[in-house]
Design a protein around this ligand. Structure first.
Ligand code: SF4
Length: 331
């Protein structure tokens, strides 16, 4: 059984990052679903402009498709300044089975935005969501411990994992991210050579392309990193994040209960249609059951982040709401 952890809301002021806290953070990252987690000095973060360029040349299908994906998101200069302003980082990885990440024909389903009948894409999404949640939980915990973390990074794009059923990235459309509380830029979009950094830790990494077969790789890795600095560290900048917190939801002032229910019904119908279009079928429940460890862990992480199951449900509702692609009209 995992150890219950109770922490003060805000830790005492610490002039430097304490080794015992770094140990606890690594342990927590593993408890929250990471397969490995290490504390590294920020000087060990490898920045390489070619990594960010690789998102754009040749153009990845998501390049420019969300607020975090190049050419959007942090510039290399901002990332460098941000790293220099912190002392330590927790670097972690979430392993993905080869049978999922290199499943036959998966690339086509990703490009089309449709779920494959075996549920591999759905379960791959679960691994990405888990990685996002670990990054946010580490940042939350760092703040409770009395540290500052101006930036955290995850893997892949947030559009597929968090806004899959929506017609667009709300951050790009309105300047306000739909999931600012869960989404983070990927290490690679910020020019970090996550593969090389993983190899430095002795983690086996495999480049995975569209022609990969599960038998030809040992597995996949989704990596994340969270920066750490003591509070009041000189030169600590404000986050240059372009992502804003969601706009307050429009109040349905003057709307009767009947009208509100009718509107909700309409929204639910649209979301169901969007899911049907993306080939979300009950058979995915079987796939989820095969990866229940990942989905259960993700749900527990959301509970830890938001503090109540009601809020977890609301988050899931937001992730699964959307509009059919051909009928998309704005956000
Ligand atoms: S709205 Fe936020 S979470 Fe959704 S795709 Fe845009 S940046 Fe990502």
């Amino acid at each position: 059984m995992s150890k219950a952890i109770s922490r003060p809301k805000k830790g005492p002021y610490k002039p430097r990052v304490m080794p015992t806290d770094l140990d606890e953070l690594q342990w927590l990252a593993k408890k929250w679903g990471a397969d490995d987690a290490v504390a590294i000095k920020t000087s060990e973060i490898i920045l390489d402009p070619r990594v960010r360029f690789k998102c754009m040349v040749p153009k990845c299908y998501m390049s420019g498709g969300c607020g975090h994906c190049p050419p959007n998101g942090y510039s290399l200069e901002q990332v460098k300044q941000m790293i220099d302003a912190h002392d330590w980082a927790i670097f972690f990885r979430v392993k993905v089975p080869a049978s999922i990440i290199a499943a036959k024909g998966l690339g086509k389903f990703i490009a089309d935005g449709n779920m494959d009948p075996e549920g591999n894409l759905f379960n791959l999404g679960g691994h990405y969501l888990l990685t996002f949640s670990i990054t946010k939980l580490l940042q939350k915990t760092l703040s409770e411990m009395g540290y500052v973390s101006r930036a955290g990074f995850a893997a892949g794009n947030c559009r597929d994992a968090l806004c899959h059923f929506q017609p667009n990235c709300m951050d790009l459309a309105t300047g306000s991210c739909r999931h600012a509380d869960l989404s983070s830029p990927s290490m690679e979009s910020c020019g970090m050579n996550a593969f090389k950094m993983a190899a430095c830790q002795g983690w086996e990494v495999y480049p995975i392309g569209g022609t990969c077969e599960p038998e030809s790789i040992g597995g996949g890795n989704l990596m994340g990193l969270v920066l750490i600095a003591p509070e009041n560290k000189p030169g600590l900048l404000e986050s240059p994040s372009t992502l804003q917190h969601p706009l307050p939801r429009a109040q349905n002032k003057g709307q009767s209960l009947g009208e509100t229910l009718k509107q909700k019904q309409k929204e639910a119908k649209r979301s169901l249609e969007a899911m049907k279009q993306s080939q979300v079928t009950p058979s995915l429940l079987m796939a989820m059951a095969r990866q229940r460890k990942i989905w259960t862990r993700f749900s527990k992480n959301l509970h830890e982040l938001y503090g109540s199951w009601g809020k977890v449900l609301a988050k899931n509702h937001l992730m699964f709401s959307g509009q059919p692609r051909n009928k998309a009209q704005g956000c």
